[in-house]
Design a protein around this ligand. Structure first.
Ligand code: FES
Length: 106
């Protein structure tokens, strides 16, 4: 799952990935490679993951949908902050990313 040769975002209208320098972020306690400055969601996708969260009521999987910060499909917990849009949030060394819990799910 951690194949760094996966597709990367090299040209983004909002974010500006740094010179291809690989850093390490953490997803649910596991180290994950990312290019510094690329969208967090891009790093997660490049590692092979497609589900970023699940809907509250039915548990339906959600991943990148708009990739522009307009929907909330990619929201995750980042460094203790809930509901962060990971498609427009740049990856930085040591970031702690958590898959949101399904509050109220039964
Ligand atoms: S995928 Fe829509 S806000 Fe991130």
């Amino acid at each position: 799952m951690n194949d760094m040769s996966g597709m990367r975002v090299n040209n983004h209208p909002i974010l500006h990935p740094q010179d291809g320098r690989f850093i390490t972020i953490c997803l649910d306690g596991q180290p994950l490679p990312a290019v510094e400055g690329e969208p967090i969601a891009a790093a997660i996708y490049a590692a092979g993951y497609r589900v970023l969260r699940r809907t509250r009521r039915r548990g339906d999987p959600r991943g990148i949908f708009c990739a522009l910060g307009h929907c909330t499909d990619c929201t995750m917990e980042v460094d203790g902050v809930s509901n962060v849009r990971t498609c427009i949030t740049p990856a930085a060394p040591g970031m702690q990313i958590r898959t949101p819990e399904r509050e109220g799910a039964q």
